[in-house]
Design a protein around this ligand. Structure first.
Ligand SMILES: Nc1nc2c(c(=O)[nH]1)N[C@H]1C(S)=C(S)[C@@H](COP(=O)(O)O)O[C@H]1N2
Ligand SMILES: [Mo]
Length: 259
């Protein structure tokens, strides 16, 4: 077991560090950690990091965070389907959510739009909206769960992302798929989620061309993850082995955020 010195290490506020670490822990671990007094010793024990200064404290946090993603990825069954609902369950009007008000949603021009494709793929050609609309499409009625504490059932129509990944010759051994949105939002997901049968490149909401507020011209919908992992106004998709985080993930939200 790693040793911890007496007194706080230089550059480390033990209380703040414990708080940050607790936030990153998956639940049974978090409860035990808090019950045990949330000490630097416990943190050192959990991470195997000798916490002697700010840098090693930072490393301990990174370890906890990745441990959390790994634990969740392990719990995630890539074949398990999210529940689906009847037409009568669709909520109208559907809630809008973004980090800005509805009237500030980006306006993407239909004619200029070209979905950029990059990273570990055979074909990096961009896709016009007409080309995307010509892909095979499916409809799902599923629940969107927002981290802010609301959820709603909606109806989304589009192409399974795995079908698109197949067509661009994506290397599905890559770790991540990353999305860049029109207004600067971004997120990234694990490859099993990208290949999940319900993960969809969505072009329609409730039977209508995706309205501006819900992500025109395309959003990526995945009912197995929290709302913030569902990027709207997607302009670029990249297949990558590099961890690129995302808008909320970079501000401390758990990256995996599976349901
Ligand atoms: N481009 C972009 N995508 C985004 C967001 C955003 O602010 N910008 N917010 C996310 C959050 S937190 C949620 S809950 C859902 C909301 O989608 P809706 O407006 O279609 O209900 O979009 C997600 N995708
Ligand atoms: Mo959200």
């Amino acid at each position: 077991m790693p040793r911890v010195r007496r007194g706080p290490p230089p550059g480390v506020d033990p209380e703040l560090l414990a708080k940050d670490a607790a936030k990153l822990m998956p639940d049974p671990t978090r409860r035990l950690f808090l019950r045990g007094g949330a000490s630097l010793g416990a943190l050192a024990f959990l991470t195997g990091c000798d916490i002697v200064d700010g840098t090693s404290a930072e490393q301990a946090l990174i370890k906890i965070s990745h441990f959390n993603d790994r634990a969740q990825a392990w719990l995630f069954n890539p074949n398990k389907l999210a529940p689906t609902y009847p037409e009568s369950a669709v909520q109208r009007p559907f809630p809008f959510n973004a980090y800005y008000p509805e009237d500030e949603a980006p306006e993407v021009d239909r004619e200029d739009y070209k979905l950029e494709v990059g990273g570990m793929v055979d074909n990096t050609k961009s896709w016009t909206l007409d080309e995307l609309y010509a892909l095979p499409q499916e409809t799902q009625i599923t629940r969107l769960v927002c981290v802010e504490g609301w959820s709603a059932i909606g109806k989304w129509t589009g192409t399974p992302l795995r079908e698109f990944l197949r067509r661009i010759g994506a290397d599905t051994r890559a770790k991540y798929v990353w999305f860049r949105c029109a207004e600067g939002y971004s997120t990234s997901i694990d490859m099993p989620t990208a290949l999940h049968p319900q993960t969809q490149m969505t072009f329609k909401f409730d039977g209508e061309i995706l309205p501006r507020k819900y992500g025109f011209p395309m959003k990526v919908r995945m009912p197995t993850k929290l709302g913030f992992k569902n990027p709207k106004h997607v302009m670029e998709i990249a297949v990558t082995d590099k961890y690129l985080g995302g808008y909320w993930e970079d501000q401390g939200y758990n990256w995996f955020s599976g349901l």
